[in-house]
Ligand binder design. Structure first.
Ligand SMILES: Cc1cc2nc3c(=O)[nH]c(=O)nc-3n(C[C@H](O)[C@H](O)[C@H](O)COP(=O)(O)OP(=O)(O)OC[C@H]3O[C@@H](n4cnc5c(N)ncnc54)[C@H](O)[C@@H]3O)c2cc1C
Length: 600
């Protein structure tokens, strides 16, 4: 089993040379995020990720979480690791210092999240959800709710969950049936929720559930959903724990992956109704839950990047040590000893496709975090609004593209191992199994594609996409002025990609109002096209940053030259897919719509 260690140099490259962490640390309130300090923070985090969380990943998968007499037990070592995580202050990094957070930028949190999720995705899911619940409460809670719950959730003393799904309400959240009856200053919640991640566990004394439910007179669909804070143990005004609330984990799901993460069926109100507190106003539940969902969508996209990085480290290590077959150039003569498989062109192709995809995902997901920081803290109203448009646009792309590609890369990782990839001991198979949930939860990727097309492109009249296309065109101009064959190839491929994205966007704008179903038939192709081109733009920005670094001189030449190689590989192997996706979207939609049930 290969160890994990965070790719600190690659992370620092994106933070400092591609995305201007210094500029983020100049935003009001982020002054502490000096690049030198951030470097130390990341090194410290890597010690926890590498030495504590990563070694628990495989044993956690084998043992799984289990439920005994109504109590959920996580695998050995997880509770203690969580203790180290919270004692180190890692749970509170991006949050409001008024409630005990450290107030560091989301860009820094992004690099940390990448580590936690690479090291141990099952572990990382709990803080991921707590983080979303904190954001939700911070944005929509009353002052009293914030004062009572936020400090403990930010410290990690209590964790948070997201309760949307019911048997009849998956993608169609509007079908939620859980009921909420008003009773004095609170409500009584009754119903069943399924697939609730860390719905119960043995890490903390309390669990704070964010639950969607319906009032008796509520309108149908999403307009009639309200959001309730439902604690496992009721909380006294001084913050101490009171009675056990009327909710319980009924069972745990048996899953394909993320086995250490308890996925609970939850029963609310078996004995008269769980006490819940309204957050954000009656029938405003979806609006409030979207704060948590948007946060979680970016975080789940990051899980796609993280699992890919973990799979890559493992595959690279194996490829360097597994000896098999003679070198292709020597074999024609029939001489030469067998070599490490990394010498074979097809293995190099696999490894490089992993590496290039990872760098594109890292660029894209860190860009989203950068935009989040500017949307919150940029002193200029116009810049804040522009950053908000960018983050809105990028959210479904990060979630959808990074998770699909995460699976693909984890699968390539298995392939690099040959038969040993299919055998559990190496760990390559676990990454592939763990990755498989990512395009499903937090809104399937089909739902992300619908969101991208309907809400982020058409409703916005493609304004944010046009802003982004204009920025990409600016990078293209700079690229064209660079000397050398490599940059010429990158510029040409990026230009073709941008053209394809522009045409696809125009086609959507023209088609959606006339024939919504036809536009949505191509939505997943469009999302992938966005990911490939915007990811390619970030890789190209990396190449420009590397060229700048090389011309300035310094000790990093090998590292920086490798960025140019990756950019060329991405340009030749990923970006050409853009034109095919455009064709599939524009020309393939009619044949998709013509299908009926008899054809299957
Ligand atoms: C391990 C795990 C953990 C989870 N954690 C949580 C959690 O913590 N909290 C929580 O609330 N939920 C959680 N979920 C639930 C998860 O978010 C849902 O499974 C997911 O949203 C899909 O819903 P569904 O399973 O009902 O699939 P369905 O909605 O039945 O979808 C089936 C298929 O139909 C497609 N489809 C459905 N509607 C449309 C449409 N309008 N357009 C195009 N395609 C469509 C989907 O994309 C999918 O391919 C978890 C699930 C799992 C498996």
């Amino acid at each position: 089993m290969t160890a994990y260690s965070a790719p600190l140099k690659d992370m620092a490259f994106v933070l400092n040379r591609v995305l201007d962490l210094k500029g983020v640390s100049a935003l009001p309130g982020y002054e502490a995020a000096e690049p030198a300090l951030v470097e130390q923070v990341l090194e410290e985090a890597n010690r926890l990720a590498r030495d504590v969380l990563a070694p628990l990943n495989a044993p956690g998968d084998r043992a799984g979480s289990r439920i005994e007499n109504g109590v959920v037990r996580t695998p050995d070592g997880f509770k203690a690791a969580y203790g180290q995580f919270t004692q180190g202050g890692w749970n509170g990094v991006p949050f409001d210092p008024d409630y005990g957070g450290q107030g560091l930028p989301w860009l820094v949190q992004q690099a940390l999240a990448e580590m936690w999720q690479s090291a141990n995705m099952s572990f990382g899911l709990c803080p991921l959800l707590t983080q979303g619940a904190i954001e939700l409460l911070h944005a929509h809670g009353t002052d009293a709710q914030k004062a009572l719950y936020l400090p403990r959730m930010i410290a990690g003393e209590w964790t948070g969950t997201m309760n949307l799904t019911e048997p009849q309400a998956g993608s169609d959240v509007g079908a939620v049936k859980t009921r909420a009856l008003p009773e004095g200053d609170h409500y009584r919640i009754t119903g069943q929720k399924i697939y609730i991640t860390y719905g119960d566990h043995d890490w903390t004394d309390n669990v704070i559930h964010m639950v969607l439910a319906r009032l008796p007179d509520a309108p149908e669909g999403t307009k009639g959903i309200s959001l309730f804070l439902v604690p496992k143990f009721l909380v006294n005004p001084d913050g101490s724990l009171g009675e056990r609330n009327d909710l319980r984990p009924v069972s745990l799901e048996h899953k394909l992956g993320i086995n250490a993460s308890p996925t609970c069926v939850m029963a609310y109100g078996d004995n008269g109704g769980a006490i819940g507190y309204l957050v954000g106003g009656e029938n405003r539940g979806m609006e409030c839950m979207f704060t948590m969902m948007n946060n979680a969508r970016l975080a789940v996209g990051t899980q796609g990047l993280s699992i890919a990085e973990r799979a890559y480290q493992q595959a690279l290590d194996y490829a360097k040590t597994r000896i098999q077959s003679r070198d292709a150039s020597g074999s024609a003569k029939g001489d030469g000893a067998p070599v490490a498989i990394i010498r074979h062109p097809d293995v190099r192709r696999m490894l490089m496709s992993m590496k290039a995809g990872i760098e594109a995902m890292r660029g894209l997901s860190y860009l989203a975090a950068w935009a989040l920081d500017h949307s919150k803290r940029n002193p200029d109203d116009g810049e804040r609004a522009r950053a908000q448009r960018l983050i809105d646009l990028l959210t479904p792309i990060v979630k959808g593209w990074c998770t699909d590609l995460g699976i693909e890369i984890a699968s390539t990782g298995v392939q690099v191992h040959g038969g040993m990839g299919f055998i559990e001991e190496t760990g390559a198979a676990q990454h592939y199994r763990d990755a498989r949930i990512l395009p499903i939860y937090e809104g399937t990727n089909g739902i992300q594609a619908n969101d991208l097309v309907g809400r982020k492109i058409v409703r916005d009249e493609a304004a944010s996409m046009h802003e982004l296309l204009a920025e990409m065109a600016g990078t293209l101009d700079v690229l064209r002025q660079q000397p050398g064959d490599d940059m010429e190839v990158v510029a040409r491929a990026l230009e073709d990609g941008i053209d394809a994205l522009e045409l696809a966007t125009g086609w959507l704008m023209a088609t959606f109002p006339e024939d919504r179903a036809l536009a949505l038939a191509g939505a997943s192709y469009y999302l992938k096209l966005c990911g490939i081109v915007i990811g390619g733009w970030m890789v190209a920005r990396g190449a420009l940053a590397a060229l700048n670094g090389l011309s300035a001189g310094g000790e990093d030449a090998g590292f920086l030259e490798a960025k140019l190689v990756t950019a060329r590989f991405y340009a030749e192997h990923y970006l050409p897919q853009a034109t095919g996706l455009l064709a599939a979207m524009v020309e393939g939609g009619q044949s998709t719509l013509a299908l009926d049930e008899t054809q299957f």
